[in-house]
Design a protein around this ligand. Structure first.
Ligand code: NAD
Length: 360
């Protein structure tokens, strides 16, 4: 297993491997870049087929976090950790405590948050041995409601703000708060998608939804007046905005050719099946809000949990997602380049030359 010549290796600053035979813990922490601050990112537990798969994931995901935090203007770097194992079979309190000790051994270089395969409760167990866990405490949320540490409400609001920015840019609606009659198709109405649907329906949008779980879909239909759609049609409806809020890789060779909406703006991670699909969307005249920009609400919320920011501060920062997207859309038009490429470039500007020489 190579590291420095690994295709996903991108001058990562730090890689740690840890094995604890007593608890069965086998984990890797990757810190990609800390020029903006300590690396923060999820701790994923997954039954990787082999060590190579785990290494690939942690290298790729930690780099993604550097870009996400830089574009969200957070004083955070990019990092990620992976625990090799099936969360349903191999997770135990002792293993989580051992992970907590592993986190502590890095002295705060990396801060862990929940991810697939781990929960807030798991992070709290790790937190018995380290302060370097985040998204674990109750406090008033950005909307004044009590928050348990679940980042989904902030992610949903940030996605809503991002849709407003995309609509203003592409459809030329001058009043950013006016979404009256806007047609939006949402794929997946879980923690984020349902709340996004709520914001949109409050703003007067007409929503179509599809979710593989019938009860989730029925909730959006009965409570928000959403129109139920089929699995095969949800991405291809003749609407203004398609918002993928379920799984990744939904923008691929087959789907892009059939899209009718002029805007793709949703919370799902890794929506592009391959990097070149960024360009395919752009060539088709579709405005794509890069997922790692529009879905940064969760990490913004977690940042303020750590630093003790007020609900107002969090909300203002979430509103900044709209401004960052507007800048990406403008630059994309100016330079005639796809939005994902512009977002990557803007992120690099924000973390490669930081802190700025004027000390701001
Ligand atoms: P969730 O599991 O609560 O919701 C996902 C929903 O999608 C579920 O209701 C599920 O039934 C549905 N679904 C799954 N497969 C589907 C399919 N093929 N078609 C339609 N629906 C399908 O997850 P979530 O927290 O709402 O996250 C949604 C997406 O946003 C994920 O890609 C996640 O990685 C991303 N994201 C979430 C956050 C957050 O704060 N929760 C932050 C950043 C990114």
């Amino acid at each position: 297993m190579s590291v420095f010549t690994h295709p996903e290796f991108d001058n990562h600053e730090h890689l740690s491997f840890h094995c604890d035979p007593e608890t069965g813990l086998r984990a890797i922490i990757a810190v990609h870049n800390t020029s903006r601050g300590p690396a923060l990112g999820g701790c994923r537990m997954f039954p990787y087929g082999n060590d190579e798969e785990a290494l690939r994931d942690v290298l790729r995901l930690s780099k993604g976090m550097t870009y996400k935090s830089a574009l969200a203007n957070l004083d955070l770097g990019g990092g990620k950790s992976v625990i090799i194992g099936d969360p349903r079979q191999h997770k135990s309190e002792a293993l989580l405590e051992a992970m907590g000790r592993f986190l502590e051994s890095l002295g705060g270089l990396y801060i862990a948050a929940e991810d697939s395969g781990t929960s807030v409760a798991d992070l709290q167990v790790m937190g018995r041995h380290t302060r370097h866990v985040a998204g674990v405490s109750s406090r008033p949320g950005f909307d004044g409601r009590p928050s348990t540490g679940d980042p989904s409400p902030a992610t949903a609001y940030g996605t809503f703000v991002g849709i407003q920015a995309a609509v203003r840019h592409k459809l030329g609606r001058s009043d950013v708060n006016d979404l009256e009659g806007l047609k939006v198709a949402i794929q997946g109405v879980g923690n984020v998608g349902y709340r996004l649907a709520w914001h949109l329906s409050e703003a007067g949008a007409e929503i179509s939804v599809y979710d593989i779980h019938q009860d989730q879909m029925e909730r959006a239909v009965s409570e928000l007046g959403a129109r139920p759609a089929d699995a095969e049609e949800i991405l291809f409806l003749p609407v203004d905005v398609v918002a993928p809020c379920a799984m990744g890789a939904v923008l691929n060779d087959a789907s892009i050719a059939k899209l009718q909406a002029p805007i793709i703006a949703g919370a799902a991670n890794n929506q592009l099946a391959r990097p070149e699909h960024d360009s395919a969307l752009w060539q088709q005249g579709i405005l794509y809000a890069p997922d790692f920009v529009i879905n940064a609400g969760g990490i913004i919320d977690i940042h303020y949990e750590r630093t003790g920011g007020s609900p107002d501060q969090v909300r203002r920062h979430l509103d900044g997602i709209g401004e960052t997207l507007a800048e990406i859309f403008r630059r994309s038009e100016r330079d005639s380049r796809p939005t994902g490429e512009i977002a990557n470039r803007l992120a690099e500007e924000r973390f490669q030359h930081y802190p700025r020489v004027d000390g701001v």
